[in-house]
Write a protein that binds this ligand. Structure first.
Ligand SMILES: *[C@@H]1O[C@H](CO)[C@@H](O)[C@H](O)[C@H]1NC(C)=O
Ligand SMILES: *[C@@H]1O[C@H](CO)[C@@H](O)[C@H](O)[C@H]1NC(C)=O
Ligand SMILES: *[C@@H]1O[C@H](CO)[C@@H](O)[C@H](O)[C@H]1NC(C)=O
Ligand SMILES: *[C@@H]1O[C@H](CO)[C@@H](O)[C@H](O)[C@H]1NC(C)=O
Ligand SMILES: *[C@@H]1O[C@H](CO)[C@@H](O)[C@H](O)[C@H]1NC(C)=O
Ligand SMILES: *[C@@H]1O[C@H](CO)[C@@H](O)[C@H](O)[C@H]1NC(C)=O
Ligand SMILES: *[C@@H]1O[C@H](CO)[C@@H](O)[C@H](O)[C@H]1NC(C)=O
Ligand SMILES: *[C@@H]1O[C@H](CO)[C@@H](O)[C@H](O)[C@H]1NC(C)=O
Ligand SMILES: *[C@@H]1O[C@H](CO)[C@@H](O)[C@H](O)[C@H]1NC(C)=O
Ligand SMILES: *[C@@H]1O[C@H](CO)[C@@H](O)[C@H](O)[C@H]1NC(C)=O
Ligand SMILES: *[C@@H]1O[C@H](CO)[C@@H](O)[C@H](O)[C@H]1NC(C)=O
Length: 727
């Protein structure tokens, strides 16, 4: 009872005694605020007008409950940095909520500051302020991707109380250090992250790290670490996390990497990432001594198999990422080595691109906790074992690009947690029905292209999933468009090319309200008219409708279409509905293929909006009239195919502006005049020039000899005068 009273009294006392913060610290914070640009008004509570001006109540400020000194500043950008999938609005919001500008040295007056977090702000490439090295009370300094650039100041080495330092950089800010001697001042450091800081000149990195007795977590990914000779004593025995990925390190740590590491007894190591380096040699059996290991990533090195039997002792392993190693081993041997204490709790096994052969065996069923299995790009043969259905935690199953044979086992339908299923490019066959995929509500990616599957689902089937990627290339999906596709509102990638569809193009399919990026319907017998390709949400849209029976006139397309192939159909009428559709925006289209149709009339003068075009194929149509001189405005054009039409007139001089042209084929037309000299003067990158089967006359200009890159020159079947005539 009395203890409780005392506690109650104490807490009342604290509240009563410290109503406001310390004046000099309040001023320091206000000066800090004054020097930053705060687009999202995150520091709006930092104001004297706001309440009673107690800075301990301000957002992101933590004070000592007794002394009222400011202890912590939590000023990280609260909005996540987004990858390419973020919408423009989201990206803008993230940008706006970055603090920018300068960091005022007034922070020095926060004499008890132990925690400073400015991560993911936008300080625009200014150096990390040297004065931070004088905030001696700091224990946590977190500045990742905060927009600081240039040389890391040595003064940080004065922070002798620092336990946590994160300077992870954005490559474009070019943060670098030439000498890491200052690090040895951080004698209490436990967590150090210098990933993507350029350390190419810091040849003492290993020597300095060796002096940090408490270092637990070390991240040096993408640092361009220089090669250094291995020290005889490496004192990293407290390391739990070591990330040296993406550094091009060769075997500098002494002999085969595991031999080397075990010399240095990294007994407590739990997370080891050596991915994307140049380590060579056989995987050593010493790997089995890393008994604390939880997460091993050795991917993308020049290491060789087999996987040592001792790995079966690593009973704490959760993740093995050995992709792109030359294991050269039978997959069933690996399953046998890992069956036992490893297989009981392994979450992730990635052996993609490891030159594995053999067959998957029922030992798979030992891997009950597996959430991810990646075996892409090997030579695994035989059937997919029925026991795969027992891996009920599986979220990702990637078996693509192997030689798997036989049917898809219906037990796949039991993997109700599956999100990604990729079995494309194998030798699988047989019927795929609702039994297989009808009970996979979380499925987002189903890639099964390039097998010989037959799709058989009831016409009114409504799938339980919302797919983002679907690949059914070279299946037999039946003659009609699968109606259930209509229910998939989040599709980004759809490939049902070569899948024996002989239906007309349903309006809803090209109604691209979902964020389509890739649509391949080629090599079917799709007929009917093109409904136009409406305003798509995503940029860089790829649409391939080639090799079908589409007929009727062209239609306008969305300016977001980056690649459009409607070649080898039965499209008729003029190019105008597509090319001349009036838009304010410039078309994003870079590749346009309308070859092999029955398009007729002249090539219209509508190229001004198409300045991004790199490849144009209009070959094999019935186009007539002359080549319009406005085509000379297409200054990025690399490849121009006009062959097999009825084009007449001369080649317009304006084409001499298209100096990046590599291929120019205007063969099999009715062009006349002389072969222009300027081709040799201006189109110096040409590799292929064909003007065959036209009505050109006169001499072949000497200038063509100036095109050093030219490999194919076809001027046959014209009325040219031979230069070296036998008189
Ligand atoms: C201050 O007190 C609050 C509760 O009133 C508590 O949550 C917080 O952890 C304390 N902070 C410090 C630094 O002691
Ligand atoms: C800094 O803030 C970010 C974002 O809120 C957070 O993820 C990170 O853990 C913080 N750093 C430390 C050392 O607490
Ligand atoms: C610290 O505070 C004192 C008193 O308010 C002030 O004179 C001094 O300029 C401040 N120092 C910095 C670096 O802002
Ligand atoms: C801080 O570091 C700099 C450079 O490393 C050094 O010259 C200076 O004496 C140090 N200051 C203190 C207070 O240790
Ligand atoms: C390595 O560091 C430990 C403390 O973490 C210390 O006891 C030991 O003496 C050091 N060994 C060497 C060779 O520096
Ligand atoms: C692995 O550990 C065993 C027992 O601790 C030891 O005898 C052996 O030398 C170690 N192997 C290597 C290669 O370090
Ligand atoms: C569409 O699929 C066909 C094969 O069916 C392939 O040849 C073509 O390259 C694909 N188109 C695109 C743009 O990927
Ligand atoms: C296309 O989508 C819009 C809205 O996203 C809808 O109103 C319209 O009915 C759809 N058209 C077809 C043919 O499905
Ligand atoms: C091509 O389209 C025309 C109509 O534009 C049609 O009469 C003809 O039958 C079509 N040819 C084929 C092979 O589909
Ligand atoms: C081009 O062909 C069309 C018929 O498709 C014809 O009406 C027109 O006169 C032709 N133009 C030229 C310049 O030959
Ligand atoms: C070709 O380039 C020249 C300048 O290099 C420019 O004056 C002319 O307008 C261009 N012609 C066309 C058709 O774009």
């Amino acid at each position: 009872m009395s203890v409780l009273l005392v506690l109650l009294f104490l807490s009342l006392a604290t509240v009563n005694i410290n109503e406001g913060c310390i004046e000099s610290e309040r001023q320091a914070l206000l000066m800090f605020k004054h020097d930053v640009t705060d687009g999202a008004n995150r520091l709006s509570s930092w104001s004297l007008h706001h309440g009673h001006g107690d800075c301990c109540q301000w957002d992101g400020v933590v004070c000592d409950n007794v002394t009222a000194h400011v202890l912590e500043l939590h000023l990280a950008n609260p909005r996540p940095l987004l990858d390419d999938y973020g919408s423009d609005a989201e990206n803008e919001a993230t940008e706006r909520s970055k603090l920018r500008g300068k960091v005022n040295p007034s922070l020095l007056n926060l004499t008890h500051l132990s925690y400073l977090n400015l991560s993911q702000n936008g300080f625009g490439g200014i150096p990390i302020p040297e004065f931070i090295g004088c905030i001696e009370s700091l224990r946590h300094l977190d500045l990742p991707k905060a927009g600081f650039g240039g040389l890391v100041p040595n003064q940080l080495g004065n922070l002798s109380s620092l336990e946590y330092l994160n300077l992870r950089a954005d490559i474009e800010d070019n943060l670098y250090a030439t000498d890491l001697q200052w690090l040895s001042g951080l004698s209490l450091i436990e967590h150090l992250d210098l990933s993507d800081v350029d350390l190419a000149q810091a040849s003492n990195w290993l020597q300095v790290l060796n002096t940090l007795p408490f270092l637990k977590n070390l991240y040096l990914s993408g640092c361009q670490l220089p090669q250094v000779p291995p020290p005889t004593h490496l004192n990293l025995s407290s390391l739990a996390i070591l990330d040296l990925s993406l550094n091009d390190i060769e075997n500098s740590l002494g002999g085969s990497i595991f031999h080397g590491l075990s010399l240095y007894s990294l007994d407590s190591l739990q997370f080891l990432n050596l991915g994307s380096n140049k380590f060579q040699g056989k995987l050593s059996s010493a790997i089995g001594n890393m008994t604390s290991a939880i997460d091993l990533d050795l991917s993308d090195n020049e290491l060789e198999g087999p996987i040592p039997i001792t790995m079966g002792n690593l009973c704490n392993l959760k993740s093995i990422v050995f992709s792109e190693l030359n294991l050269n081993q039978d997959v069933s041997t690996i399953l046998a080595v890992l069956s036992g204490c490893v297989s009981n709790q392994l979450d992730k096994l990635d052996l993609s691109g490891c030159h594995l052969s053999g067959q998957l065996t029922n030992q798979l069923r030992n891997f009950k906790s597996l959430k991810e299995l990646h075996l892409s790009g090997n030579s695994v043969s035989g059937p997919i074992p029925i026991s795969i259905g027992e891996l009920s935690s599986l979220r990702v199953l990637e078996l693509d690009q192997n030689q798997l044979k036989g049917q898809l086992p219906s037990s796949i339908g039991k993997l109700t947690n599956l999100e990604i299923l990729d079995i494309s490019t194998n030798l699988l066959e047989g019927v795929v029905s609702e039994t297989h995929i009808g009970n996979l509500p979380k499925l987002k990616v189903f890639q099964a292209s390039k097998n010989s599957f037959v799709l058989r689902v009831s016409p009114d089937w409504i799938p339980p999933f919302e797919l983002e990627l679907l690949g059914l290339r070279s299946w037999n999906v039946g003659s009609m468009f699968p109606l259930w596709l209509h229910s998939q509102k989040h599709l980004r990638h759809l490939d049902i090319s070569g899948s024996r569809i002989s239906d007309s193009l349903p309006g809803w399919l090209l109604n691209l309200s979902s964020p389509f990026q890739y649509l391949n319907l080629s090599h079917n017998q799709i007929h009917g008219q093109i409904p136009g390709i409406p305003w798509a949400m995503s940029v860089d849209l790829v649409i391939d409708l080639s090799f079908n029976l589409l007929s009727g006139p062209l239609a306008p397309i969305s300016p977001n279409v980056y690649f459009l192939d409607m070649s080898n159909n039965n499209l008729s009428g003029s190019l105008s509905p597509l090319l001349c559709y009036k838009l304010k925006e410039t078309m994003g289209t870079e590749i346009l293929n309308l070859g092999g149709n029955v398009l007729s009339g002249g090539i219209p003068d509508c190229w001004l909006n198409w300045q991004n075009l790199l490849v144009i194929k209009l070959s094999n149509n019935r186009l007539n009239g002359s080549i319009p001189s406005s085509m000379g405005t297409l200054q990025s054009i690399v490849s121009l195919h006009l062959q097999k039409n009825h084009l007449s007139g001369e080649i317009p001089l304006s084409l001499n502006n298209c100096t990046d042209l590599i291929l120019l084929d205007a063969g099999e037309n009715e062009l006349h005049g002389s072969i222009p000299r300027w081709i040799g003067d201006s189109l110096r990158k040409l590799v292929v020039l064909s003007l065959r089967s036209n009505k050109f006359s006169g001499y072949i200009p000497d200038e063509l000899c100036a095109i050093g890159s030219l490999q194919v020159l076809d001027l046959a079947d014209n009325n040219l005068i031979e230069v070296y005539q036998d008189v």
